[in-house]
Structure formats: C-alpha cells, structure tokens
Design a protein around this ligand. Sequence first.
Ligand code: HEM
Length: 455
Amino acid sequence: MPGLKGSFLRADVVTMPILELDDIQSGVLRPRPTPYAATYILFRIDKPEGGRELIRRLNAVVSSAAHPENPGRDTWVSVALSFQGLKALGVPQASLDSFPLPFQQGMAARARMLGDIGESSPEKWEKPLGSSDVHIVLTALAADTEHLEAAMQRARQAYRELGGITAIWRQDCHVRHNEKEAFGFRDGISQPAVDGSGIPGSNPNEQPLKAGEFVLGYPDEIGDSQAIPQPDILGRNGSYLVFRKLRQRVAEFRRYLKENSPTREGEELLAAKMMGRWRSGAPLAKCPLHDDPQLGGDLTRNNDFLFKQDDPIGYNTPCGSHIRRMNPRDAEIGGLARIHRMIRRGTSYGPDLPDGVLEDDGLERGLMFAFVGAHLGRQFEFVQSEWMNKSDFFGGTDGKDPIAGASDGTGYFDIPKRPVRKRLQGLQQFVVTQGGEYCFLPGLRALRWLTELGT
Ligand code: HEM
C-alpha cells in the first residue's frame, strides 16, 4: 500500500483476534451482579433427544458476554456439560477424543492429585457428585432468592414436562453479608483482566491476560491458539468450568485462631496472615499492622499491589498465605505465575455460624467454588496440586495452604518475622471436598450445534 509506513501496518495489530463476545456465555467473562443468589442444578440425560431438547430450551435463555442483559428476564443462566454428558447427548467419538484427558476422566478420577484424600475422597462425596450420572450443569443466578425462586419455578415446569432427562441434584447458594465467605473474609476481590473483553480486571498492575487463557480458540500467554476440541464449531468460544462443593469447618477454624493467639487482636492478625488479607478484604501488602475496612471495601485500591519489590521475604504477606499461593503475582517463584491464572466465581451455601460460636452445630456450610478457564491442567489442577498443597515453588518445605489445603493435623504454617520466623504447628483441615466435576461451557453456536446432533 504505497504511502503508508510499515509501522502503521504492524502485523500484530492487523491480525489481532477480536473476541467473539456474542458467542461466549456471559457467565464466562462477565462478573456476577452483587449481591445475588444462585442455584446449581444437575441433570442426567436418560435419552439423547431429551438432553438435546433441554439444551435447546436453555440456549434460549443463556445470555452472551456481548449482551449480558438477559433474555431470561431477571435471571442469568449458564449451561455446562461433563464429558459423560457430551457422550450421553450423542457427540461423535472422534470429537469426544479431542477433549483433554483431565476433562475426559472427570474430577473424581483426578482426586489423589488434587489432594482429595481421606475425608475429601470421592467415596465420601455427596451423591451423585463424582458419578457418571452428572451430565448437564445449569447455574442460575438472580439478584435475590425471590427472583431466583420465581425463575426456577418456571424452569421446573419446563423441564418436568420434558421426557428423557432427570434433575438429580440441586444446591442453593447466596452471597453472605458484606460478600464475606463462611470464615468471615471478604471474597470475590481479585480477578484477572482478559484482553479484548473490555471488562476491567481488579489489579491495575497486572497486564490483561491473553484471551486464550480463558476462552478456547484464541492465542494465549504461551503463543498461538492451542488445539481446541473438534469440530471447531464445538470448541471455539468455549471454556472449562470446575465446580467444587467445599465444606468449611468454621468452628474448627475459629478454635484454631483462638488456641494460637493470646489476644483477640492476635487472632485477627493470625487470620489475616493465613489469608493474606484482613477479613475486611484489606490486603496485608498495603496495611500489614492493622485492618483498614475502608481500604478493604475500596475496589480501586484493595487489589492494587505486587510482592516482589516491597515484600520479597513475605514479612507482610507470608509466601504461604492463601492469596500469595493462589496468585504469587510478580514474586520470585519456580515458573511463571501468568500461565496459572483463573477466573473464580465462588458463592456460599448453608446457614451462618453465629459470631463467637466455637462448637460445631452439625450444619453444613461452605463454598461452591467455581473456576473458569481454558486450561484445566495448567490452571486449576496445577494451582490446586502444586500451589495449594506443596511449597517448593516459593522455596518452602512441605507446608500447605493454611485456609484450603489438604492438611491432616500435622501441617504447619510459617510466618516470616524478625529476628526469627514464627511456625504454627498442628494445622487442621478446615475445608473438606464434598464433590465436584469438570465441565465444558460451550459457546452459543456450539450449544445450537449440540441440539442438532442426530438430525
Ligand atoms: C473454602 C475454600 C476457599 C475459601 C474460603 C477461599 C477464600 C478466598 C478469599 C477470602 C480470597 C480473597 C479475596 C479475593 O481475592 O477475591 C481468595 C482469593 C483467591 N482464591 Fe480462594 N478460597 C477457597 C478456595 C480456593 C480454591 C480451591 C482455589 C483454587 C484452586 C482458590 C483460588 C483463589 C485465587 C486464585 C484467589 C485470588 C488471589 C489473588 O489474586 O490475590 N481458592 N480466596
């Protein structure tokens, strides 16, 4: 093109992929509204035609990331399928074989590597989680339980009339007061920015991640687009969803804090050291000595920090704390943190344990944890197995995540301190896995393709 300077036509600019937001389920990229109530419903497909008809009806109410305002009125719906679900729908074998091995095997088969042993082992999971009956995962969320229940009544009517599918499990969840999870920490703060999505991330110091980290069919942090499930129409604009029902032993957690701290202030500091944030959400990186609730609630500041320069040893935010393990940011670690990032959507279930209660009341409470990303292996599985349950990546010995690691009462947690570090012994298992599954979140065109199978 005469007259135009080469630099004006840089190849990377011209060929930059445009994220097809109108084909991506809104739940993949769009943050959830706040507050909200959510429900997970699992279906078994008894006859392929029934499954396809359910997907067809659900497809009509799934909104895209381009238009998050939803066709389902006041409810947001996401649809995902397990490997067994794709099989039950009649997806051809060649296509099934093109999915990555962890997805084909399902979560229960990966339990040992994930640290789901002992009380968390699949034999102890809530039925039917971990079984080959889990086929379709419907997630619906609305601003409050009344709106959600009204929408679910409409949905129930629609799927009850349908033959060939059975609703086999339901889990209701909600955002607790001040967005705090059951241990009392503000959650849902840190999320990565995704290149080309137009949705800002929460850390102004983090470069947006390449879209291929979260959506299939685009270049990722490693390079060009990776192989995606075939045919292209099925894989493109899809993502993986990992959901895990995690029971939280709130009374045990509170007792552990009490037994290991001489004062109430000491308990709060210990809790903050274990998490890397005060319960208000304020990061130790910005206020290491005392809580700052205003900072904790300020979305423009509460995730604006790195570790490498200000805190290489972890005097403020221990290297073994939950948030530093789950996202070491720019800290010196073995490997590259950016290829292990994840979008998280966690919501609480069960009643609150009243403040100050130290005895377990026998009621179930915890977190429905959800991961969204394009790489089950190097994102969710890697973080869960290497960063959650080992310490060598930051030069530690064999400590585990003090909040959600698979500890067995013999674990410890190191708090760097001058002149000598403090080591807490006898770390208990505060989080027990009750089940979960690996699922595929197809793009909207892929959902339509699935409904046309066998025609
Ligand atoms: C019941 C179990 C869990 C609880 C109570 C919990 C709680 C929290 C809280 C309170 C935060 C800080 C707020 C925020 O940054 O949004 C956080 C951050 C995070 N958690 Fe968890 N979490 C749990 C399990 C998990 C699991 C299983 C994973 C992944 C395998 C995970 C990955 C992360 C990540 C990636 C962050 C953000 C770290 C950052 O960017 O600073 N969490 N979690």
